[in-house]
Design a protein around this ligand. Structure first.
Ligand code: CP
Length: 307
């Protein structure tokens, strides 16, 4: 029997196949209005040491919609870390103020460290280029909602696969369901070797290509587009070499197949033309809106309000 009560959600690597199904099924029940009021009396703290629109605001909306209370820091300059307080002391302190601590931090491993220091469950809302597990839960829910299944799909992941925490988490999750993956990126932004090794260990079928044209014959069900993340590059010249390298247009949809669904964790810059937004292929805003029931479900499960 899967139970999330009291558990921190730090990495998709910590999740079993049954854990992922449990969250997707619970999200479905929340979205369909079968579950409500399950955060009554619970307080959630959101500590964001990196910018965010969707993750922070959908967590906050999720708390309000489920009857709980939420407070937090959206700007690290407004916290006592700007006076020299250590990260560890901040976590030790704030975890005593809440029932769940949601944290985004630019340093890989910060959420794991927080979970070891915190007296309450920690939910990783993104740690550097490492993991973004709650994004993956909403991605899985959206895929299941669109295709009615999480297995036997052909999924292309495109863009910044080196620093993209969303694709790192998603690749781990999709590996548990028997899907075929195509990685589309410039050579300098390929999927990290450690993730490819884990896919090999799980006998996942995948290939890496540099050009979108090479994905034409892959018969993709989903193209998961990511932004080339300027803020993750140490050298601005390296960013300039790959900025704007891919752009999805109506012509791309025609080449890849009219049935393809286009996903994106957002924010986008210029990698998907706005002309795509109104096409039935575009499911990235539905995906973003699914962040609310997904995060309601996760908060309910870790606080024991849902089982
Ligand atoms: N997808 C995502 O993490 O978006 P934000 O950075 O706006 O939270």
């Amino acid at each position: 029997m899967v139970s999330f009560n009291g558990r921190s959600i730090v990495s998709i690597r910590d999740m079993s196949h049954d854990d992922l199904i449990k969250v997707v099924e619970t999200t479905k029940r929340v979205k369909h209005g079968e579950l409500s009021g399950f955060l009554k009396g619970k307080t959630v703290a959101t500590l964001f040491f990196e910018p965010s629109t969707r993750t922070r605001l959908s967590f906050e909306s999720a708390v309000f919609k489920s009857g709980g209370s939420v407070f937090g820091i959206a700007n690290p300059k407004a916290s006592s870390q700007s006076k020299g307080e250590s990260f560890a002391d901040s976590i030790r302190t704030v975890s005593g103020y809440c029932d769940v601590l949601v944290i985004r931090h630019p340093v890989e491993g910060a959420a794991r460290m927080a979970s070891e220091l915190s007296s309450t469950p920690v939910i990783n809302a993104g740690d550097g280029a490492n993991q973004h597990p709650t994004q993956t839960f909403l991605d899985l829910f959206t895929i299941n909602e669109s295709f009615g299944r999480l297995e036997n799909l052909k999924i292309g992941m495109m863009g910044d696969l080196k620093y993209g925490r969303t694709v790192h988490s998603l690749a781990h999750a999709l590996a548990l369901f028997g899907n075929e993956l195509t990685f589309i990126s410039p050579p300098s932004l390929q999927m990290p070797e450690n993730i490819l090794k884990e896919l090999d260990d799980r006998n996942v079928k995948y290939k890496s290509v540099a050009d979108l044209e090479d994905a034409e014959n892959c018969d993709l069900d989903i193209l998961y587009v990511t932004r080339i993340q300027k803020e993750r590059f140490g050298d601005p010249q390296e960013y300039e070499k790959v900025a704007g390298i891919y752009r999805i247009t109506q012509e791309t949809i025609r080449l890849l197949g009219e049935g393809i669904r286009v996903m994106h964790p957002l924010p986008r810059v210029d990698e998907i033309a706005e002309e795509i937004d109104s096409m039935p292929n575009a499911i990235y805003f539905t995906q973003a809106h699914n962040g609310i029931p997904t995060r309601q479900a996760l908060l309910g499960l870790v606080t024991g309000g849902l089982d």
